[in-house]
Write a protein that binds this ligand. Structure first.
Ligand SMILES: NC(=O)c1ccc[n+]([C@@H]2O[C@H](COP(=O)([O-])OP(=O)(O)OC[C@H]3O[C@@H](n4cnc5c(N)ncnc54)[C@H](OP(=O)(O)O)[C@@H]3O)[C@@H](O)[C@H]2O)c1
Length: 230
């Protein structure tokens, strides 16, 4: 079993997702208010996005031989919801095991050091392994369901993490808050960053579920993924 996956993003009309030059006042609300209306047991982001929430300090890691038990680690937690980060080589550091009201779960590869695992355990941050060198995102979803009971997962970006899940065919719904803005920055991350160039991959087709005008001139567009397209 795997969670039902809804990807939620705020994008400009040209699909850009970094707000550096958008000049929006109170800029978090455009993403957060619609996001809060999407029922989910967890949100998941990429390593780059999570570094906006994790510790800004890199703590001193233990040296020498460490005996870390093998396998996934489910820490003790009181939270009902989770904040999941795709962090294959362990670059996020933590002062606490919570982001807001959510318990943190790190998704790692087996390439991370025992000293990093010791850091996570010392902060009571849960972690799961999604592969030896590369992540198997289907396995990651299955573990989130089985170990933490996550049945509905909201993927909140950035573009690379969205693109990976899209390419793996693991997104069920896409929720886009379309900002009335043309950004125009060449090379800036877009809503889905799946692959360079045109390979054999087919684009993903959506069916419109609902559309609503919000914040005067923004659109909140919800789509379901059309599967089995030839
Ligand atoms: N407008 C919005 O709604 C919105 C929402 C979220 C974020 N953002 C913005 O988006 C920007 C970041 O986006 P981004 O696309 O650059 O980064 P991102 O998706 O947040 O993180 C990318 C990183 O996650 C890891 N990763 C993702 N998928 C992976 C996979 N399948 N296998 C292995 N590792 C994987 C890699 O980490 P390593 O590099 O460590 O290997 C990769 O470099 C930020 O400026 C943020 O503020 C905007």
């Amino acid at each position: 079993m795997k969670p039902y996956v809804i990807c939620h993003m705020l994008g400009s009309v040209d699909g850009k997702i970094k707000q550096n030059i958008w000049g929006l006042k109170d800029h978090h609300k455009y993403f957060e208010e619609p996001a809060a209306k999407i029922k989910a047991d967890a949100w998941l982001v990429g390593r780059v996005t999570m570094q906006e929430f994790s510790s800004k300090q890199r703590p001193a890691l233990k040296r020498g031989k460490l005996n870390i038990p093998a396998g996934d680690f489910v820490a003790e937690y009181n939270a009902k919801t989770f904040a999941v980060v795709i962090d294959p080589s362990g670059k996020c550091f933590w002062d606490t095991n919570m982001v807001s009201t959510e318990h943190v779960i790190e998704v790692l590869t087996e390439q991370v050091s025992p000293a990093y695992l010791d850091h996570l355990r010392s902060r009571n941050v849960s972690y799961i392994f999604g592969g030896a060198e590369e992540l198997d995102l289907k396995l990651v979803l299955k573990k989130l369901y089985k170990l933490f009971g996550i049945k509905r997962l909201r993927i909140d970006g950035g573009g690379h993490v969205n693109g990976s899940f899209l390419k793996a065919g693991l997104i069920d719904e896409f929720s886009l808050v379309l900002a009335p803005i043309a950004d125009g920055t060449m090379g800036a991350p877009t809503v889905f960053e799946a692959e360079e160039g045109y390979g054999k991959r087919k684009a993903t087709r959506f069916a419109l579920k609902s559309v609503k005008k919000i914040f005067d001139d923004f659109l909140w567009i919800r789509y379901t993924v059309v599967r089995g397209r030839k």
